[in-house]
Design a protein. Structure first.
Length: 150
């Protein structure tokens, strides 16, 4: 079966295959990319940081478990967890089904909002993912652009 790896505009992307949406000057939502959900295939459990925990860009902030693998969830930016997606405890499949929507992982108070400038925009992330041959087998890339895409 062929999967689709979607990359959405309006987000910034980390090389560890996480996304960031800045909600305000200091608050951002983190999640995993469609690429990650294709690699994991079927998420059975998600372990996330607790509210108040520090997360550091490039360092695991939690784990996801699937029948194939236990994978680190790498923080795309540095800050303090301010809200955890509690729905994922009961329904971790949202990471697979809606990685950019209801499958978000954590909201974070950013340590320094300017750090987001160093992350990839959607086009650059998509290019780096496909050029390096990282796409899951038999997958195709779908770009979803937004008018406000950075």
């Amino acid at each position: 079966m062929r999967g689709t790896v979607e990359v959405r505009g309006g987000r910034k992307y980390h090389k560890g295959h996480g996304w960031v949406v800045v909600e305000s000057d200091h608050t951002a939502s983190f999640g995993v990319t469609s690429f990650t959900k294709e690699k994991l295939n079927n998420v059975l459990m998600v372990v996330l940081p607790k509210v108040g925990d520090k997360v550091t860009e490039g360092v695991p902030m939690g784990q996801s478990e699937s029948p194939k693998i236990i994978s680190d969830l790498v923080a795309p930016a540095t800050g303090e967890a301010s809200e955890i997606n509690q729905v994922l405890k009961k329904n971790p499949a949202l990471v697979n089904n809606e990685p950019y929507d209801s499958g978000w992982l954590v909201n974070v108070l950013l340590a320094e909002p300017s750090q987001i400038k160093g992350l990839f925009n959607a086009r650059t992330y998509a290019a780096k993912t496909t050029i390096k041959g990282l796409m899951p087998d038999n997958s195709e890339l779908k770009m979803t652009e937004l008018a406000t895409s950075p």
